[in-house]
Design a protein around this ligand. Structure first.
Ligand SMILES: Cc1ncc(COP(=O)(O)O)c(C=O)c1O
Length: 485
């Protein structure tokens, strides 16, 4: 058996786990500029850890048995409704994350308009892939509309042109992940309302920050329930509310639309199943941790964190133009920044590798029909003390990238990669591609990827999206090769 013959002591198990965790990029300390959200407040983390462990075995499936979770969820959702200027009758659901919130918004819109043979969803190309996933899972067509190539914001006229009688949901972002900009929500929601189509605003990443910035008196675009025609909003808590992972909210202007997001089945011999989310049995730990974060921080704590995040974003945006070779993409409305290169000798994928070697993680984003490749930076409260060192290492990294050998793949490799057919790709062809790219499959499974990823990123970038998806699925399948005795 793969399982140990005998159990181990808690100390032994945990020190082993700590050693396994050591090579991960740090989740705290402000050097990882994507995926993690650091408040910089250790007591907040300790409070959430204790709350989460108190509730970890509580089953969120049944609020009639574990009745305390009702109060926790109603309080958490109510606070997010307040922040988003929701009317008194608005309601919501606590979910496991942004993707679940977005997918449930898609299901609700579909089920609220039964009888449409092939429903569709209209969104800008910059909408989060969670909506593509929702459409695929729930059988909707997705109509992705190009954005303005300079501002990266949705084009309300093009969005309107894409809507028809089978459109069940229009989506815009506040803000988009890739470029950190807010779509023109009032214009888009007005058109959708005129046509009787619900409009969802994806505030998973930007909603919390925009809400708090507005509350502390900073000018922000109009994006929330104060805009007529906005029918639902998603706001993640495990991002800028600094809650433990597994926490988001999906808010509805009215309870009828929320009902369409639920699933009920009493048509089997077991317990009557009524789920507010996609999971059924679920830990109430993330809900308890979110509640604890809200109680621990309060409005003044969140206002301070939002202020720090703003100061860090401003310092970053002010400092970037001083680095020759880099340019900011668009004009960020929240605390997400995308930076591209304006010097053909500076390859941002190489810059990311150089930064990684200096202990920073910035996230490479591929070029996409007319939108340039870039590096994404998620600014958090803990970033503030790190902006100056980041800018200084970024300047060094850009200088190093300027004189580094090209990371672009050889033309023969590009040709091999492009010749692959995603619908028939075999594991052998994939293994051949890995070998051609200089990656040893056994090493990838055993120790992760090399530190320098620019070559691999370029190779992925030249592939058409369907092929890239297939290659990534093959790659992730390789990574998850089970350990067997
Ligand atoms: C705008 C937006 N929507 C949805 C999501 C999906 O959230 P999650 O990763 O929590 O599933 C993200 C994640 O970054 C996001 O930025």
């Amino acid at each position: 058996m793969t399982l140990n013959e005998n159990g181990r002591s808690p100390g032994d198990v945990l020190s082993d786990l700590e050693a396994r965790h050591a090579p991960d990029v740090p989740t705290h300390g402000g050097r990882t500029w994507a995926y993690v959200y650091d408040s910089g407040l250790p007591d907040l983390d300790l409070t959430m850890d204790a709350a989460r462990s108190m509730y970890t075995a509580v089953n969120g499936l049944d609020p009639t048995v574990f009745s305390s979770i009702v109060g926790l969820e109603n309080q958490v959702v109510g606070s997010v409704l307040d922040l988003t200027q929701a009317p008194p009758d608005a309601v919501g659901t606590f979910t496991s994350g942004g993707t679940e919130s977005c997918m449930l918004a898609v299901k609700a819109a579909r089920d609220a308009r039964p009888g449409i043979a092939r429903p569709n969803l209209v969104a800008p190309v910059t909408v989060h892939a969670a909506f593509v996933k929702g459409c695929e899972y729930f059988g909707l067509d997705i109509r992705l509309v190009p954005v303005d190539p300079v501002t990266f914001r949705a084009d309300p006229e093009a969005m309107a042109a894409a809507m028809d009688e089978s459109t069940v949901l229009v989506v815009c972002s506040a803000v988009s992940y890739a470029h950190g900009v807010c779509d023109p929500v009032p214009e888009i929601a007005r058109t959708s309302a005129e046509r009787g189509i619900p409009c969802h605003v994806d505030g998973c990443i930007g909603g919390w920050v925009l809400g708090w910035w507005r509350r502390i008196g900073l000018p922000v675009p109009e994006w929330d329930f104060a805009v007529d025609g906005v029918t639902s909003i998603s706001v993640d808590l495990h991002k800028y509310a600094y809650a433990s992972k597994g926490a988001s909210t999906l808010l509805f202007r009215d309870a009828e639309l929320r009902r369409a997001s639920y699933f009920a089945s009493a048509d089997w011999p077991g317990y009557a199943m009524i789920n507010t989310t996609m999971q059924s049995t679920k830990s109430a730990g993330p809900l308890a941790a979110s509640w604890a974060a809200f109680e621990y921080l309060g409005a003044d704590g969140y206002a301070r964190l939002a202020q720090r995040t703003r100061a860090a974003t401003d310092a970053l945006v002010a400092g970037l133009p001083a680095i020759p070779g880099l340019r900011l993409l668009g004009s960020p409305d929240a605390s997400l920044v995308a930076v591209a290169s304006d010097d053909p000798r500076v390859d941002v994928f190489v810059v990311a590798d150089e930064m990684r070697e200096r202990g920073w993680y910035l996230q490479p984003q591929f070029a996409y029909v007319g939108l340039p490749r870039n590096l994404h930076l998620t600014v958090t409260a803990a970033s503030l003390d790190n902006v100056e060192p980041l800018l200084s290492d970024l300047a060094e990294s850009v200088a190093a990238a300027r004189i580094a050998p090209s990371a672009e793949p050889a033309p023969e490799l590009v040709e091999v990669a492009r010749s692959l057919d995603p619908s028939t790709l075999t594991r052998e062809e994939f293994a051949g591609l890995l070998a051609f790219a200089g990656l040893d499959p056994a090493a990838v499974v055993g120790g992760g990827l090399p530190m320098r990823m620019a070559g691999v990123n370029h190779l992925l970038e030249v592939m058409p999206p369907r092929l890239r998806e297939r290659i990534l699925a093959e790659f992730i399948g390789l990574l998850y090769t089970p350990v067997r005795d």
